[in-house]
Design a protein around this ligand. Structure first.
Ligand SMILES: [Zn+2]
Length: 496
C-alpha cells in the first residue's frame, strides 16, 4: 500500500516519497508561549503525533520537531503586564504546554527547540541572506527583500499585490516595500536583545522556523505542518528566505490542518460558531478541559475529523467522542468477562490464530476483522484520514460483538474473539488510542447507589412488561452519561 498526502504546495494529493529513503523529517510550527495552552494548540500536535505513529508503523525512521517561540512582542507585553522577566513567563507557559501534550498522549516529539537557544543559528541565516543581497539593513532592523525570492507566493498562490491586502506592517517603517518582512528587529532601550552584526535586537518570527527546522532536519526535509492560517504570510516567508539562502527546495510536502471553530453560548442562549482565536481568552485551556475529560477523549475528538477539515469544538462534540470510546471500553469489558482476556496486556493478534479458524463461521469472522484492518490502513494511506480509520475500528468492534452474540464463548470462540480484540487495540494504538485502560468513572458512592436503584426499578418494570417505563429510565440515565448493558449476569452500567 502506498501513502498519498495532500500537498498545499502543489494543491494535489501526491505519492509520499521521502527525501532520504526510509527516513522522514517533520517540522510543526509550535506555540508562542505567553498564555496557557488552549485546545487550538493541541490540535496540530495530536494530528502529527498520529501521523508520526503511522509513519513509524510503516517502518520509517521519523524525526519530529516542534519549535517554541519564546521571544516575541506578545510575550514581552504580557511579561511587562505581569511585572515578570520574559524568560520566567515563557518558561512557565512552555512547561504547561508540554505537560498538556503528555496528558494528551503526544509523546513522539523528538525536539522542542527554543528560539532564544538558537540565536546564533538565526543570526547566521540572516547574515547569509544579507551577504547574498536578498536582505537589507535599515536602522538596526534587517528586512528580507521579497523580490529576491524566486516564486514568492507559490504556497499561498497569491500575487504580491494580493498579498498586500491584509498584511499589517508591524515591523517599523524602514521597509523599502510593504511585501518585505523583518528578519531581525532592533531592540529599543530596555528591551530584551542579543548582540548581532546589526546591533542589539531579536529575531523575527519567520526566520526562527527556517533556522531551527534546517539545523535539525537538513536544508531540504520532508514534511512541514501547521494550521491553514499559517500558510500566509508565515509559511510563504519561511519558503522564501530558506530557499533564497540555500538555493535548494525547503520542505517537500506542506500539510495544513483545518481551523478550529469553537461553539459558544451567546447571551441569547443560542449556540454560535466562532473561529478559535486569542480573543476567547482562556475559557478553554487544556488544563481546564483535562479536569473533566481524559486525554484520550480529547484525542479521539481531534482525530474524529480528517485533519484538513475544519474542526468544530463544543461540549457536544466532546460528548460524542466520549460515547465513541465507550463502545470500545464496553467491548473490552465484555472480552474480559466472556473470554477472560485483557486487551491492554497486548496478547496475540488475529493473524497469529487465523489458521485455527477452520469452521466456516470462524473463518468468515477472521476475514471480516482483517477487512476492517485493511480499511484502517487504506484510510491512513489516503492523506491520513483518521476519521474513516476510527470508523474501521468501530467496524471491528461491531464484528467482535456480533461474533460473541452469535457464538457465545466456547474455547475457540473465546480465543478468536480475544485475538480480534487484541488486533483492534494494536491497530487503535497506531492512532495513540487504547494505550492504557481508562480511569474508573468519576462517580461518588451516593451517585452510584442512585444509579443502582434506578436500574433495579428498570428491571422491575421490564419484569412487569412495562417497557415504556423501562425505556424511560434508560433514557434518563443516558442523559446523565450512564450507559447500560444487559448481560446474562445482570445489567452493567458505565458512566462516561
Ligand atoms: Zn513556523
Amino acid at each position: 500500500m502506498s501513502l498519498r498526502v495532500y500537498n498545499t504546495l502543489t494543491r494535489q494529493k501526491e505519492l509520499f516519497e521521502p527525501v532520504t529513503p526510509g527516513k522522514v523529517g517533520i517540522y510543526l510550527c509550535g506555540p508562542t508561549v505567553y498564555k496557557p495552552s488552549h485546545i487550538g494548540h493541541a490540535v496540530g500536535p495530536i494530528i502529527f503525533d498520529a501521523i508520526k505513529r503511522y509513519l513509524s508503523h510503516k517502518g520509517y525512521q521519523v524525526s519530529w520537531v516542534i519549535n517554541i517561540t519564546d521571544v516575541d512582542d506578545k510575550i514581552m507585553d504580557e511579561a511587562a503586564r505581569q511585572g515578570r522577566p520574559m524568560s520566567e513567563l515563557a518558561g512557565e507557559v512552555e512547561a504547561n504546554y508540554r505537560q498538556c501534550l503528555q496528558e494528551l498522549g503526544v509523546r513522539g516529539v523528538d525536539h522542542f527547540p527554543r528560539a532564544t537557544a538558537n540565536i546564533d543559528k538565526i543570526i547566521a541565516l540572516v547574515a547569509r541572506l544579507v551577504a547574498k543581497g536578498a536582505a537589507y539593513v535599515a536602522d538596526g532592523d534587517v528586512y528580507f527583500d521579497h523580490a529576491a525570492a524566486i516564486g514568492y507566493g507559490k504556497l499561498s498562490n497569491r500575487t504580491v499585490e494580493e498579498q498586500m491586502t491584509g498584511t499589517r506592517d508591524l515591523a517599523g517603517e524602514n521597509k523599502r516595500h510593504p511585501a518585505d518582512f523583518a528578519l531581525w528587529k532592533s531592540a529599543k532601550q530596555g528591551e530584551v536583545g542579543w548582540d548581532s552584526p546589526w546591533g542589539r535586537g531579536r529575531p523575527g518570527w519567520h526566520i526562527e522556523c527556517s533556522a531551527m527546522s534546517m539545523s535539525l532536519l537538513g536544508e531540504t526535509f520532508d514534511i512541514h505542518g501547521g494550521g491553514m492560517d499559517l500558510i500566509f504570510p508565515h509559511h510563504e516567508n519561511e519558503i522564501a528566505q530558506s530557499e533564497t539562502a540555500t538555493g535548494k527546495p525547503f520542505a517537500k510536502y506542506w500539510l495544513h490542518n483545518g481551523l478550529t471553530r469553537i461553539k459558544t453560548k451567546a447571551a441569547s442562549g443560542q449556540w454560535q460558531d466562532e473561529k478559535m482565536s486569542k480573543s476567547l481568552g482562556n475559557i478553554r485551556t487544556i488544563t481546564e478541559l483535562l479536569e473533566k475529560r481524559t486525554g484520550e477523549i480529547i484525542r479521539a475528538f481531534v482525530l474524529g475529523t480528517q485533519y484538513r477539515r475544519p474542526l468544530e469544538f463544543s461540549d457536544e462534540q466532546l460528548d460524542n467522542a466520549a460515547k465513541s470510546l465507550e463502545t470500545f471500553y464496553r467491548l473490552f469489558d465484555r472480552l474480559k468477562r466472556e473470554a477472560g482476556s485483557d486487551v491492554y496486556a497486548g496478547g496475540q493478534t488475529i493473524e497469529k490464530v487465523h489458521d485455527k479458524a477452520t469452521a466456516q463461521e470462524d473463518a468468515a469472522f477472521v476475514d471480516a476483522i482483517l477487512r476492517q484492518q485493511l480499511r484502517f490502513y487504506e484510510s491512513m494511506d489516503d492523506d491520513f484520514n483518521t476519521a474513516t480509520a476510527i470508523a474501521a475500528l468501530h467496524g471491528m468492534a461491531g464484528e467482535v460483538n456480533r461474533y460473541l452474540d452469535q457464538h457465545g464463548s466456547a474455547a475457540l470462540k473465546g480465543l478468536l474473539a480475544a485475538a480480534a480484540g487484541n488486533t483492534l487495540v494494536a491497530t487503535g494504538r497506531i492512532l495513540g488510542l487504547f494505550e492504557t485502560s481508562p480511569p474508573p468513572p468519576k462517580t461518588d458512592q451516593a451517585q452510584a447507589a442512585r444509579i443502582e436503584a434506578l436500574i433495579a426499578q428498570r428491571n422491575a418494570a421490564r419484569k412487569g412488561r412495562d417497557f415504556a417505563q423501562a425505556d424511560e429510565i434508560r433514557k434518563q440515565l443516558l442523559s446523565e452519561g450512564v450507559t447500560l448493558e444487559d448481560t446474562p449476569k445482570g445489567t452493567i452500567w458505565r458512566k462516561g
